[in-house]
Design a protein around this ligand. Structure first.
Ligand SMILES: [Zn+2]
Ligand SMILES: [Zn+2]
Length: 189
């Protein structure tokens, strides 16, 4: 197997390649730094072959040279392989000038509220001092919706934009079991 294919998965539809070990999009312009920083355990010869393959993929029009050519998935698209899927995305549904919902996604209440405030001038009329447990934060279902499955191509710049995907399987029971670990057990006696 070519050293490139051991680590990277080209995704022509989105004009990127994914590093399946770092869960990050890479481009021909960034792959040299990427392999030398994150995959320096590979023999120099393999790293050179990886860089050459990336340049070749760009020449053949399979991946873009840098982040400017990136295509983001649409909400109906399946989850991108090699990247984590988060089930806790919060999506802005404020209509834009064209009438379509904004679609901006954040993963925290604070984040989506800040977006709605900064981008749309929204004010949280339900805020009454500190939020209390069990009460949904102001704006939910109103200017944003919860439980959107989302992914991101990386952790920096344009790549960190969250996008909505349709997960392959609706079942998240195993994940829920590991995530929801209560630190306190109820004392009934
Ligand atoms: Zn990597
Ligand atoms: Zn918005």
């Amino acid at each position: 197997m070519h050293p490139f294919d051991n680590v990277f998965v080209p995704l022509p539809r989105y004009r990127i390649a994914i590093c399946s070990s770092c869960h990050n999009a890479v481009f021909p312009s960034s792959i040299k730094t990427h392999v030398n920083t994150h995959h320096c355990y590979l023999p120099v010869r393999h790293r050179q072959q990886i860089i050459q393959r990336a340049v070749e993929l760009e020449r053949r029009g399979i991946v873009g040279s840098d982040v400017s050519g990136i295509q983001f998935p649409s909400p109906g698209d399946p989850a991108v392989p090699g990247l984590p899927v988060w089930p806790d995305g919060k999506k802005c549904i404020v209509p834009g000038p064209d009438g379509h919902p904004c679609g901006h996604i954040r993963r925290t209440y604070r984040g989506i509220q800040a977006h709605c405030r900064d981008a749309h001038g929204w004010t949280n009329v339900r805020a009454r001092g500190r939020p209390s447990a069990g009460v949904s934060p102001g704006g939910e279902g109103d200017v944003w919706v919860d439980s959107i499955h989302c992914q991101q191509f990386g952790k920096t710049g344009t790549l960190q934009r969250l996008f909505e995907v349709t997960p392959a399987q609706a079942s998240t029971s195993t994940m829920e079991g590991s995530v929801h670990q209560s630190h306190r057990t109820q004392q009934s006696r």
